[in-house]
Write a protein that binds this ligand. Structure first.
Ligand SMILES: *Cc1c(COP(=O)(O)O)cnc(C)c1O
Length: 231
């Protein structure tokens, strides 16, 4: 099977999973957007996915993302930054990201705003919430979410788009995503435009869709296993 055929089959399977999960949850599949997480895979794969109708692409390292953005500038793609983001890379990311899903501290907000202003862009921000307080995977504590939201909301260069979370390792994803849904609802009360809920990956997208995910971030199920660095 050619790589193109393989990606087409994987994409069809992922879209079928999303559709089935939406049916199960009584939701409209049009309300769940697929972000194809292409980290570690070549720009050629992103081009193939774009040819198959993928519009939203996720990356988690600035250097890799910037290279793909440059190589694929002819395609109408939205680039999502989904990984932990160092403050000193924020200005670069603000130059190409449609959304940053991993906004989790005020200093990063400041750096993104400066970078967005410099690039003459407005960058969407999802506040990444740590649902278990475990260090190392990023995310703001739920208790600090409102303060972080306010820091984004006052920045004209940024747009507060919603929340993002990873299910805690080894935990029940339904419980985690239910908690995220509660936090997302509270945020929407204060910021009605912050409607996005980025949750669910290859292994748990059904649970995320049950609990209101609007964006699922899928890598492995689309592209296959990642070699080398596990990240
Ligand atoms: C890699 C990654 C994904 C995709 O994970 P898969 O299990 O390969 O689908 C989603 N979200 C983030 C933040 C990631 O780093």
């Amino acid at each position: 099977m050619s790589r193109g055929d393989e990606l087409a089959a994987n994409l069809a399977a992922v879209r079928a999973r999303i559709a089935a999960a939406c049916v199960g949850a009584g939701r409209d599949p049009a309300d769940v957007r697929l972000v194809a997480v292409t980290k570690t895979f070549p720009a050629a794969d992103v081009r193939r996915l774009a040819g198959l109708g993928v519009t939203d692409v996720g990356e988690n390292r600035d250097a890799e993302a910037a290279g793909k953005v440059a190589a694929l500038g002819d395609l109408p793609l939205r680039w999502h930054f989904v990984g932990q983001l160092q403050t000193n890379k924020a200005a670069s990311v603000a130059g190409y990201a449609y959304w940053v899903h991993s906004v989790d501290r005020p200093r990063l907000v400041d750096a993104l705003a400066v970078g967005a202003a410099r690039a003459g862009r407005r960058v969407g921000c999802l506040l990444q919430v740590s649902l278990d307080g475990a260090p190392g995977r990023g995310g703001v504590a739920p208790a600090a979410l409102a303060e972080l939201a306010a820091a984004v909301a006052v920045r004209a260069e940024l747009r507060l788009a919603g929340v993002m979370a990873l299910a805690p390792l080894g935990a029940d994803p339904d419980a985690a995503f239910a908690r995220l849904a509660t936090l997302a609802a509270a945020l929407r009360q204060a910021y009605p435009d912050a409607t996005a809920v980025s949750a669910g990956m290859s292994s748990d997208l059904e649970a995320a869709i049950r609990h209101g995910a609007t964006h699922v971030r899928v890598g492995t199920a689309l592209l296959g296993g990642r070699r080398g660095l596990v990240r």
